[in-house]
Every structure is written in structure tokens, then in C-alpha cells.
Write a protein that binds this ligand. Structure first.
Ligand SMILES: [Zn+2]
Length: 286
């Protein structure tokens, strides 16, 4: 491992052991090393010893991959730092811990943000994704150097990239989750939804069962995937399939949107003036 990559890796044992000695761990003597969770449905738990409030412990789903266990522990450390004054027990399921969904409760999103920041520091990530062409080889390598799952890294990438990017998670052929980058939201980039639940669109890599992995990306017109994109706008489609349960990730990277003409912005009722200005500004920086 190159020294630059080692520097990206956060030592969670050191963080856990060190916290009680800092202002973030005031009044606490120890956070015990993670143990296997006794609750099947639980991805992770943070609990206070009912007989001794200076002792806290973390439980983690032992069936999860090492990367996921690591993220879960960081998430529980987030509850410890941010929320332990409010509660003595935190019981977190898989969706709460790993997916950073807008629909999750506020404290779950806060704990997720804490975990993401701890494991994938924003300045390190930004430095590594701005200087290079993005493909799944790069993102997979970054996930390894941070010690996080590929999906966690992709979700983090979506939050940090200034490109127009859409990440889709398919489960048994149907769309289960979707994340869009800020500039994708501001430029109103969104996929065409022809069915409910949503299935991959024709002529896409996602719909082609003969392609399990497409890590370097295939270029096509953005209009193949998205509503309202001009035919000249290109996108790159990437695909990663997991071995089990037909789980697939699709990453779409769209070219920046050209400034919309006045005519068009008047016709498009979904584009407000402020969105239009922000979209054009994003475009100028490309
Ligand atoms: Zn939680």
C-alpha cells in the first residue's frame, strides 16, 4: 500500500479508545470493543451499561462484511458523540446505517454523516476525485484505501462531486434507491420512470443481462436515461453487479447542462429562475 493510501485509513480502535479522554466523551470511562449483536434485525447498537453510566458498549452485526462492520462502528461512535445525552440505547437497522437516505430519521442521518466524515474525510476525497477521470476502478480503489464498502464510497462520491451524477441501486431488477448529486438536482437531471416499480430502460447497460460489470463506462446520449436532456448531451453509464441476490449499482455521469435559453426556461415550469441561474453557473465552471 502506498503511503498516501495508508494516510486515508482511519484507525477506529484508536478513535474509540481515545474518545473518553476528550471533551466529546466527558463523564465516560470506556467504550468497550465491539461485540457481536444479540439482535438479528440490528445492524448496530450503542448501549450504556444500566449499572454504570461511565461504561458504553457497541454491538455490530457479525454477518456483515468487514467494511460494513467498520462503517457501523463509526456510525455508533457518531451516536456516542452527538446523541448520548438524549438516550441510553441506540438500535440501528441496515437502512438507517448504510444508505444515507433522506427519509431516515434526523439522528440516523447525523450519525451517518459523522461516520462518513470520519472514514472518508471530505478534503481527502475531494482531492482524489477532482484531479482524475472518474470510473469505477478509481472509486473501488478509493473504497479500499478508506476501508469502506464500494456502495458507501459511491454514496459519498455523489455528495462530493461537482459533476452531474446519479447513483441507482437495483434489487432483483427493480429500482430500490436513488441518489443524485447537488448539480444533478439543481439542473433537474432525473431518470425516466416508465413503470412502478421502476425497471432499467431499454438500450441501457443496466438492462443488458450479458453485462455484469462495466467499470470503465459506456458513453451514450443522456436522453436514453433522462427526461428533458438535449440529445447532444452525453452521459457515461457504469455498472457494478454483486454476486448475490441480483444487486446492481448503476452510476450515471452526465455532461454539464448547457445554459437554457430564455424561451425554454419559460416553458419548463419545473425550472425556477434561481435553479436556472445555479445550473448555468455550474456549467461555466466546467
Ligand atoms: Zn443509528
Amino acid at each position: 500500500m502506498a503511503s498516501g493510501e495508508t494516510a486515508a485509513y482511519t484507525d477506529l480502535d484508536m478513535v474509540r479508545e481515545g474518545l473518553p479522554g476528550t471533551p466529546y466523551g466527558e463523564g465516560v470511562k470506556i467504550i468497550k470493543p465491539p461485540m457481536a449483536s444479540p439482535v438479528r434485525s440490528s445492524e448496530g447498537m450503542l448501549v450504556c451499561n444500566p449499572n454504570d453510566s461511565t461504561e458504553w458498549g457497541i454491538f455490530v452485526n457479525e454477518d456483515a462484511s468487514p467494511e460494513r462492520r467498520r462503517f457501523t462502528i463509526a456510525h455508533e461512535l457518531g451516536h456516542f458523540v452527538l446523541h448520548r445525552a438524549k438516550r441510553r440505547t441506540f438500535n440501528c437497522d441496515k437502512a438507517a446505517v448504510h444508505l444515507s437516505l433522506e427519509s431516515a430519521g434526523l439522528i440516523e442521518r447525523e450519525a451517518d454523516d459523522f461516520a462518513s466524515n470520519l472514514l472518508m474525510p471530505g478534503d481527502v476525497l475531494r482531492e482524489r476525485i477532482t484531479s482524475q477521470d472518474i470510473d469505477l476502478h478509481l472509486l473501488s480503489g478509493l473504497a479500499k484505501s478508506f476501508g469502506v464498502s464500494f456502495e458507501a464510497l459511491c454514496i459519498r462520491f455523489i455528495k462530493y462531486t461537482d459533476k452531474r451524477a446519479i447513483l441507482l441501486h437495483w434489487d432483483n431488477g427493480f429500482l430500490k434507491y436513488e441518489w443524485r448529486s447537488r448539480s444533478a438536482v439543481l439542473s433537474n437531471a432525473r431518470i425516466r420512470r416508465l413503470s412502478d416499480p421502476v425497471e432499467p430502460l431499454r438500450d441501457t447497460v443496466a438492462a443488458d443481462p450479458s453485462i455484469a460489470q462495466e467499470w470503465t463506462g459506456i458513453e451514450m446520449s443522456a436522453a436514453v436515461w433522462c427526461v428533458g436532456e438535449q440529445p447532444s448531451i452525453k452521459l457515461q453509464e457504469f455498472k457494478h453487479s454483486y454476486g448475490v441476490r441480483d444487486r446492481v449499482l448503476t452510476l450515471l455521469l452526465l455532461e454539464s447542462d448547457p445554459p437554457r435559453s430564455w424561451d425554454r426556461s419559460w416553458q419548463d415550469e419545473e425550472v425556477s429562475d434561481s435553479f436556472d441561474q445555479l445550473g448555468s453557473r455550474g456549467n461555466l465552471s466546467q
